[in-house]
Design a protein around this ligand. Structure first.
Ligand code: C5P
Length: 401
């Protein structure tokens, strides 16, 4: 897949630098040749010797090295590659790139190169979220720089959040995609994903809600975007970071979610992951806070919310080519989910056990059964991120049929 491709791998200063050694190996396994550049920060974590030993080439470290300049100047280094890959890319390196600074070997190469640059950022979550970093990210994307990751999860500093270096297989896949001509399987496809709970207000301070965290839907939206899809994520009230490359529309209620989905039509695929509240207040939100009274407990007069999944599945005109629903069950998971697929009229149902014992609701892992017209495919327990990546591939495969 990467036969004969020359990759210049710039390794920045971050704990994740050790992963780039594995990355170099995996790229070489696929036929690429890898030449390493190690920044002074990178050298605090791994040595030029390990990079050179693994790549079978010199590891370049110094802008003003007479030896390097005599043998291989930074201009040649930057040109004698088919792709310049920075992993891990620190906030500092991204800032330098975005502003055209060139005061060390890595930044000079990046300013001198006429080749595609791909960046795999890795940093503390606050540094990633900082306005300056996000501004630099936007600038780099506008400049045509490709991004891979970062993922979210446990960071070396002990904090949890976005900023983890993309996993090695994901970086390899991104490199392969680039050399495949950017022909990612979902390029040009429009996809809606609904995610999270909805909040149905009772009065100005109270609402009906559920425990959905939005994690699985957000991860799926990101994975679909990674495969090239143009994703609109209609999100209920959750505290999740928007995945890179995804258009997010925030809503509170089922009616708002339904309206946002309708606005985003037509689409090729609709994936309803949201745990939409089944009921809302019949007469709308009460204008004033409900008071306790001697007359007893107030009755909540509820009415049914629109079923977004069913609505999409049964569209007589302009139905999405593929409609995917989720079935969260606490017992007889497959049996109930099969019946749900029939009832809703969708093409695929992803069923999972959300009983308390499963720990799925709000948890990091998921175990799903993929139910189609052809039967049931039960996947092993894996992280919601991994479920998302595999589901995105399943969706791409189903569209291909
Ligand atoms: O009927 P139930 O809520 O169990 O069905 C779950 C599936 O239906 C999920 O895919 C969910 O996103 C979708 N759904 C919906 N609108 C509703 C209720 C559920 O899209 N009002």
């Amino acid at each position: 897949m990467l036969d004969g491709k020359r990759i210049l791998l710039i390794i920045g200063g971050g704990v994740a630098a050790y992963k780039s050694l594995d990355l170099a190996r995996r790229l070489m396994e696929r036929g690429a040749s890898v030449r390493g550049v190690l920044t002074p920060g990178g050298q605090q974590f791994i040595t030029p010797l390990s990079v050179a030993s693994l790549t079978g080439d010199e590891c370049y470290t110094d802008l003003f090295s007479l030896k390097d300049e005599a043998e291989m100047g930074h201009i040649r280094l930057s040109r004698e590659a088919d792709l310049v890959l920075i992993a891990p890319a620190t906030a500092d390196l991204m800032a330098k790139m975005a502003n055209g600074l060139a005061n060390d070997l890595a930044s000079t190469i990046l300013l001198a190169t006429d080749k595609q640059v791909m960046v795999a950022p890795a940093m503390n979550a606050e540094m990633w979220a900082h306005k300056a970093t996000q501004r630099n990210l936007e600038t780099l994307k506008r400049d045509g720089v490709l991004m891979v990751g970062p993922g979210a999860g446990m960071l070396a500093c002990g904090e949890v959040g976005p900023g983890r270096l993309a996993e090695v297989p994901d970086m390899v896949a991104a490199v392969e995609d680039f050399f495949a001509g950017g022909a990612r399987p979902l390029s040009g496809k429009k996809i809606i994903v609904t995610a999270g709970p909805t909040h149905e207000p009772i009065d100005p301070v109270r609402y009906i809600a559920n425990r959905s965290s939005g994690k699985q839907g957000f991860a799926l939206a990101g994975a679909l975007a990674d495969l090239g899809a143009d994703v609109t994520l209609v999100a209920g009230p959750v505290s999740q970071d928007t995945p890179i490359g995804v258009n997010r529309v925030d809503v509170q209620t089922a009616l708002e979610m339904d309206a946002a989905v309708t606005t985003a039509l037509p689409v090729d695929v609709a994936v309803c992951v949201a745990a939409v509240a089944d009921w809302r207040m019949q007469a709308g939100t009460m204008g004033e806070k409900l008071k306790k009274s001697k007359d007893g407990i107030p009755a909540l007069d509820l009415c049914e919310n629109p079923d977004i999944l069913k609505g999409l599945s049964s569209m007589s005109e302009g139905r999405p080519g593929l409609v995917v629903g989720f079935a969260a069950e606490t017992e007889k998971v497959i049996e109930y989910a099969r019946a749900k697929r029939e009832r809703k009229g969708c093409d695929i149902i992803i069923a999972n056990d959300v009983s308390d014992a499963s720990g799925v609701m709000g948890g990091a892992d998921n175990q799903v059964h993929v139910i189609t017209g052809d039967g049931v495919d039960s996947w092993p327990t894996m992280s919601k991120q991994d479920v998302a990546v595999r589901l995105a591939q399943t969706i791409a495969g189903a569209l291909d049929k």
